[in-house]
Write a protein that binds this ligand. Structure first.
Ligand code: B16
Ligand code: MG
Length: 208
């Protein structure tokens, strides 16, 4: 492995809980309950695609693009407020140590995330300087399972896909990595993903 490309939410940090709380508040304002089980569907999905899923769950139809954009913006403001106190302690087990281990071995490191808040989150976790490249929702047109985000990350590292391993917690992300010709590690505690080359419960499993 010459390059390691990490998804953010669910691999490095558990921000899914804050996405859930923010979407749940929005659902409440729209007049329905958004349950934790529905939240699974939002994993790795872009902000606007997440809103479409939320509206489907609530049976809400016929909103204009403008109304949808306003709702998504409101959700993001709540989410960013919730990130105010985010710190290194909320990183998933072994994530920081594994990033440092790879860095020490000379492996190039990139982020390949759907989140437009990635730069803020990396700063808060104090790990931004470990990344040689950051490709996220701000720099891609096509969401996972399209391989664009990982192909751009490999290109930024000046490596070929088969020289890189993608670390992912969503099926859309695993599918994207496979389509792009990458090696894959699923970060999947519950064993719900398929198609990957190796599965771990957390990055800490790769330390020894
Ligand atoms: P934002 P990842 C994804 O992060 C989250 O899993 C997903 O729930 C979220 O909707 C998406 O980022 C967009 O996030 O609203 O911050 O742009 O797993 O791709 O790192
Ligand atoms: Mg993820």
């Amino acid at each position: 492995m010459k390059g390691a490309i990490f998804d953010l939410d669910g691999v490095i940090v558990d921000t899914a809980k804050y996405h859930y709380l923010a979407w749940r508040e929005i659902a409440k304002e729209l007049g329905f309950d958004f349950h934790k089980s529905d939240n699974e569907r939002l994993k790795g999905v872009s902000r606007m695609a997440s809103l479409e899923i939320l509206l489907e769950v609530g049976g809400i139809k016929g909103l204009s693009d403008n109304e949808k954009a306003n709702i998504a913006e409101k959700k993001n403001q709540r989410y960013v407020q919730m990130l105010a106190d985010l710190d290194e302690d909320e990183m998933l087990p072994g994530a920081k140590d594994y990033l440092h281990k790879l860095k020490g071995e000379g492996v190039k490191i990139a982020l390949g995330s759907a989140s437009k808040n990635s730069p803020l989150i990396l700063e808060k976790l104090k790990i931004a300087d470990l990344f040689d490249a950051v490709v996220d929702g701000n720099s891609v047109q096509k969401a996972k399972p399209d391989p664009e985000v990982f192909l751009k990350a490999a290109e930024a590292l000046k490596l070929k896909p088969d020289e890189c391993c993608v670390f992912e917690d969503s099926q859309a992300g695993i599918d994207a990595a496979l389509k792009g010709g990458f090696h894959t590690v699923a970060v999947d505690k519950d064993g719900v993903l398929y198609g990957y080359e190796k599965r771990v419960a957390c990055l800490g499993d790769l330390l020894y």
